[in-house]
Design a protein around this ligand. Structure first.
Ligand SMILES: [Zn+2]
Length: 639
């Protein structure tokens, strides 16, 4: 019997085939074609195979390292043999794992990561602190940020404006609904322009936790219309900068650390951002940088051209921030000071902020448009952005309510259930029972997201001295969004535990009006109808009235030394009155800080993945590079 010939290689080194008879050769050729077809036929996302797309996404958003995703790519290749070319390229990074130190470098050279749709970072030469924890010294370094007008250019160039910012018809409709009475229009340069060309954005700045003892100063912008249309936070928000607090130069730090008095980092960054916003407000790529120096290369090539091809420009329509940021960063009145409000002349003496009656003194003492225009409360750089005025600063519902009075209301109801309504059992059993009641209410109300799964006494009052401090939710245990869902749950609890006493009735009404005002805002469009505004305002005042009754009731019991510290009053309740005033011009939901905070969360996650071996001032450069890639991948999916 003739010996069968040894198998010959098919050329790719993987699959030997027999060079047998005609049928065998045809079968082999078919098998090969089939295999190749399989590899080529895979659907792609912007030309990238789904597996590579997913792995790069994990890396760019900080969930996996470069080494991890290349390792995964190699295991996929080892499992399936023939894989798409881009997966093969990913697997080959760092010489197939033999030179791990080259992995990140090779990764950035992948074809899938060329010609990114998101803009390149812009480097700002700014003073920062080197070695903040050990031997702090001042150094001038290039800090990566994103220029707002370059986001605009990128979105326009890649046809992404509609799906990230909003459709032209919506923008037109927005301006049609903006009231001429809106104080944001007072002496606003947009009045001299065709308003329909301006896309309204929200600018949000805050600090998010970063590393053990640091935080990340993040500034981002998001489309107001996209939020209202619920286009998705990740799609419609854009990072401008994310810088570790520890490396930021501030006047106070220079003084405390006996360092030279140089320009604070955020002032330098702010001037650049304001310059970019100014360009976008005017609609044309600038010729010079913020110092008047000519721009270089690609940027110079675009100078004088339209930023968005369709002529769309940008206006910042709201600047929501938490109370801390408003005072510390923006230089607005401090909520703890004698004059805590940026909207009226209330105080802690003869014009009390906590008077919530219709005839309260402060109601007749608002700051006028003329007053704050002629004498601005702050010289912060955001006021130098065309279109921004004092009324662009906004009290934010998320921080005032869900991290303020809503949180306090929920905590007080929980406190009452445990200490007043559930009859004598062990405290731990009562808390377990309370959690059961909360879950029951979630089910009854059809609340499926933002549910709390754990509850401890320390989550809603001081566990060591529960009767000596005002109940409040522990924000590290209960997130703002979870608090928002607990408001209707607590209304249910108030209905259940109502013994007909004044206290129980007031408490029930307090929660009911709080629930109502949240619901009106949630269900209404970007602008309230006249009736919606009337309802909203009425519920705000009733909520505050009943909260006040509960507060005074508890206070009188405190004085008699028989009661508990409950229903503490906070300036955020006063700010709710101004949120309600603003609601006649725009739904508070449209400008709340949730999207901005979501981005702060993303940025801190990214920063955590960029820590190894870096000085804090180097972190922004890595964050921006990864964010650029992350956004590019997202754009690929959106396009
Ligand atoms: Zn006020």
């Amino acid at each position: 019997m003739p010996k069968r010939k040894a198998p010959a290689d098919d050329g790719d080194g993987n699959s030997p085939v027999f060079r047998g008879g005609r049928h065998q050769r045809k079968a082999a050729a078919d098998a090969k074609a089939q295999k190749e077809k399989k590899v080529e036929a895979i659907a792609t996302i912007g030309g990238v195979s789904p597996c590579v797309y997913k792995l790069l996404e994990h890396w760019s958003w900080g969930s996996s390292s470069a080494l991890e995703i290349c390792d995964l790519a190699r295991s996929v290749k080892n499992t399936f043999g023939a894989v798409p070319q881009d997966l093969n390229a990913l697997a080959s990074c760092g010489s197939y794992g033999h030179q791990p130190s080259n992995t990140q470098r090779d990764l950035l050279r992948l074809e899938a990561l060329q010609n990114l749709k998101a803009p390149d970072p812009y480097y700002v030469s700014a003073w920062v602190i080197q070695n903040p924890g050990t031997r702090p010294v001042l150094v001038k370094e290039d800090i990566a940020i994103f220029l707002p007008h370059e986001w605009g250019h990128a979105l326009s160039q890649h046809g992404l404006l509609d799906c990230t910012v909003g459709e032209m018809a919506d923008i037109k409709e927005f301006w049609k609904q903006v009231s001429n009475e809106d104080p944001k229009l007072y002496k606003n340069p947009v009045l001299k322009e065709n308003r329909e060309n301006y896309m309204p954005f929200v600018l949000h700045a805050d600090k998010g936790p970063h590393a053990k003892q640091d935080s990340l100063h993040t500034i981002s912008m998001y489309s107001l219309i996209a939020q209202a249309r619920r286009l998705g936070v990740d799609e419609s928000s854009f990072m401008l900068c994310a810088i570790p607090n520890s490396c930021l130069v501030t006047t106070k730090k220079c003084k405390d650390l006996s360092l030279a008095n140089v320009e604070p980092t955020m002032d330098t960054i702010g001037k650049v951002l304001a310059w970019s916003f100014k360009a976008w407000f005017a609609g044309l790529h600038p010729f010079t940088d913020d110092f008047g120096h000519p721009l270089l290369q690609d940027r110079l090539a675009k100078a004088g051209q339209r930023i968005c091809q369709n002529g769309m420009r940008c206006i910042i329509w709201a600047l929501p921030a938490d109370c801390e940021h408003n005072s510390v960063e923006y230089g607005l009145p401090n909520y703890n000071s004698n004059s805590p409000c940026m909207r009226c002349k209330c105080n802690r003496s003869d014009t009390p902020w906590n008077d919530f009656n219709h005839n309260a003194d402060w109601r007749s003492k608002p700051y006028t448009k003329q007053e704050v225009h002629d004498e601005p409360m702050t010289s912060h750089w955001v006021l130098s952005i065309p279109g921004v005025n004092h009324w662009t600063f906004a009290y934010d519902f998320m921080h005032c309510a869900d991290l303020g009075f809503s949180s306090a209301s929920v905590a007080n109801v929980f406190y009452d259930v445990v200490y007043k309504h559930l009859p004598g059992r062990k405290r731990s059993e009562k808390i377990a029972q309370l959690l059961d009641l909360v879950h029951q209410a979630y089910d009854d109300l059809g609340i499926t997201e933002g549910r709390i799964s754990k509850l401890a006494l320390s989550h809603f009052c001081d566990a060591d001295a529960p009767h000596q401090h005002y109940p409040d939710l522990m924000h590290s245990a209960t997130k703002a969004k979870q608090t928002a869902y607990l408001v209707p749950v607590c209304l249910k609890l108030c209905e259940k535990f109502n013994d007909g006493s004044d206290y129980c009735m007031w408490r029930h009404k307090c929660l009911k009006h709080l629930c109502n005002l949240c619901k009106i805002s949630e269900e209404a469009d970007l602008f309230f109808t006249h009736e919606e505004f009337r309802q909203y305002d009425s519920n705000v005042h009733k909520f505050l009235q009943y909260y006040n009754k509960l507060s005074y009731h508890s206070y009188s019991l405190d004085n008699a030394r028989v009661g508990h510290f409950q229903w503490g009053q906070i300036p955020k309740m006063h700010f709710l009155c101004h949120i309600s005033e603003d609601a006649q011009f725009l739904n508070p939901r449209a400008v709340w800080a949730y999207p901005g905070e979501h981005l702060v969360g993303n940025a801190t996650k990214l920063a955590a993945a960029c820590l190894a071996g870096l000085q804090p001032y180097q972190v922004p450069n890595t964050i921006c590079k990864k964010y650029q890639i992350g956004k590019h991948l997202r754009f690929q999916q959106q396009a």
